[in-house]
Write a protein that binds this ligand. Structure first.
Ligand SMILES: NC(=O)c1ccc[n+]([C@@H]2O[C@H](COP(=O)([O-])OP(=O)(O)OC[C@H]3O[C@@H](n4cnc5c(N)ncnc54)[C@H](O)[C@@H]3O)[C@@H](O)[C@H]2O)c1
Length: 478
């Protein structure tokens, strides 16, 4: 147990033990289903690896041939803790294979999971072009009864739309069934989330498909994981409701943090006390620079788009999105007063590019807004992230990417911590201070202890802890 350094590692360790138990059980399973996963991104690859772990025979398909070549060579194209191990184990046991041949992958499947991207389009609606392309290819190659599952987060009504596409291609209704099986995993803890889900949601009007889905998730059902069986449209709605609720919770605590900044209250204590209320719970109450990632920004927008189509205003979600846009400006707003409102020709070190810790995903990362704003104000950027620099280079090619924290802060005029990586929590503040030109820091994740920052002579700010961080700057007597 000495090897288990933190809770995350411990949870993953327990997860792996459970995986091994599952494998033992899987071997006794005589009727493995042939599962095809279309799209081997964050969701598709995790889903494929975990379903293989449950004893299913899984073929992962992607149109990105390089990804498939990498996977066949044992190279995992994304950073997700534990994913390399579970992929390697299942490749070795021959339950998990990869191809770029979608047609043959469809033909040999009993169940086809669609796990392609559904990015935000310009009007806020989800872009369903990838899903449509897959649906059309499925229609073209159906050769036996197929269960077609949307794992991608798709707008309410997409299941019915996919069904129509397939029917319009001359396929009879008894040749396939549509299922919505939304995914709730979080990047950074995706394997754990898939192995220990809070619930499995299955939406279908087909009893046969429901039975097949139960058999795919049998290992989890045996562990009494809640199974919500409903119709397609409700399952689709559950996913959007879940993400919109969590996004709203984050925006709520961020706005409370901004109030704390003015009143002198400490948002960390506030959030802790708030989270102790079982009706509220402690999760998603971490104030920060706004939510990002591939899900919350686009899914809240897509929900609003759908609701507007039905003439319904969801004011709470709209407010959460507006609050988030404002929150993304906070790191720079915090930095400016510490630098006499002038960052022109200054060097700012950015620690953290991923939208959150333990992922290399930079989609809608708050770091992008912060960096762009600083550049607009004339600053130059030295950035470091333990995993996300490769992904950020395509988004922001013209900033300086550094090899370490020390490299990033050397000769910088200030530093902003944008992502809550463990590496940043544990950094040597005296060393950082000695490398910086001036000891100016914004902790946009509240991961550094204000008293230690004081001890090392930093002028700093954070999110919603004004009584602690501004004490030496303001003459506060209470
Ligand atoms: N990333 C998350 O944390 C998360 C969590 C829950 C749900 N989701 C949802 O899951 C879906 C996938 O998200 P992601 O983050 O895994 O996306 P991603 O961009 O990482 O992966 C999508 C993959 O699909 C492939 N693809 C596109 N068209 C294809 C086609 N015609 N045939 C085969 N492959 C094709 C792409 O090459 C890519 O590898 C989205 O709808 C997303 O909203 C994501």
């Amino acid at each position: 147990m000495k090897l288990i350094k933190n809770t995350f590692t411990a949870t993953l360790y327990i997860g792996m033990l459970l995986i091994q138990t599952m494998q033992a059980t899987s071997k006794q399973d005589n009727k493995p289903l042939n599962v095809t996963i279309v799209g081997t991104g964050y969701v598709g690859l995790v889903t494929g690896a975990c379903l293989a772990e449950f004893g299913n025979t899984v073929l992962c398909v992607d149109i990105n041939t390089q990804k498939i070549i990498d996977l066949k060579n044992g190279v995992i194209p994304i950073y997700e803790p534990g994913l390399d191990t579970i992929v390697a184990q299942n490749v070795q046991s021959k339950r998990l294979t990869f191809t770029d041949d979608l047609a043959s992958a469809i033909k040999q499947a009993d169940v086809i999971f669609i796990a392609v991207g559904t990015p935000m389009s310009e009007n806020g609606a989800a872009d369903l072009s990838y899903v449509e392309a897959v649906a059309r290819t499925i229609a073209k190659h159906i050769n036996s009864f197929k269960v077609i599952v949307t794992k991608s987060t798709v707008p309410i009504g997409t299941g019915a739309w996919i069904k129509q596409i397939i029917l319009d291609n001359g396929i009879k209704a008894d040749q396939f069934a549509i299922v919505s099986n939304p995914e709730f995993l979080r990047e950074g803890s995706a394997i754990n989330d898939f192995l220990f889900p809070d619930r499995i949601v299955i939406g279908t009007s087909s009893a046969a498909a429901d039975t097949i889905m139960r058999s795919i998730y049998e290992h989890l059902l045996n562990q009494d994981v809640a199974y919500v069986s409903t119709n397609v449209v409700t399952a689709e709605s559950i996913k959007y409701a879940s993400n919109a609720f969590l996004a709203t919770k984050i925006s709520f605590i961020n706005e409370l943090a901004n109030l704390c900044d003015e009143t002198g209250a400490d948002v960390q204590v506030l959030a802790h006390a708030l989270g102790l209320d079982k009706r509220i719970n402690k999760h998603f109450l971490n104030p920060g620079p706004g939510f990002g990632g591939s899900c919350f920004p686009k899914d809240t927008q897509a929900l609003l788009y759908t609701s507007q189509q039905y003439g319904i205003d969801i004011h709470t979600v709209l407010a959460a999105l507006k609050a988030n846009e404002i929150q993304k400006e906070i790191p720079v707003k915090k930095l400016l007063p510490l630098m006499e409102n002038n960052v022109k020709d200054k060097i700012v070190a950015i620690l953290g590019l991923a939208f959150k810790a333990n992922t290399d995903d930079v989609r809608y990362s708050p770091a992008i807004s912060t960096i762009n704003k600083l550049i607009e104000y004339g600053a130059s950027i030295r950035a470091y992230d333990p995993q996300a620099m490769k992904s950020m280079k395509t988004e922001l090619p013209n900033i300086t990417y550094c090899t370490s924290i020390a490299d990033a802060v050397t000769n910088a005029d200030a530093v902003i911590v944008m992502t809550e990586w463990d590496e940043f929590k544990a950094m040597d503040l005296e060393l950082i201070g000695s490398l910086l030109k001036t000891r100016i820091l914004v902790d946009a994740r509240n991961i550094l202890d204000p008293s230690i920052l004081h001890k090392h002579g930093f002028i700093f700010d954070n999110i919603g802890r004004s009584c602690l961080c501004k004490l030496p700057l303001r003459n506060m007597s209470v």
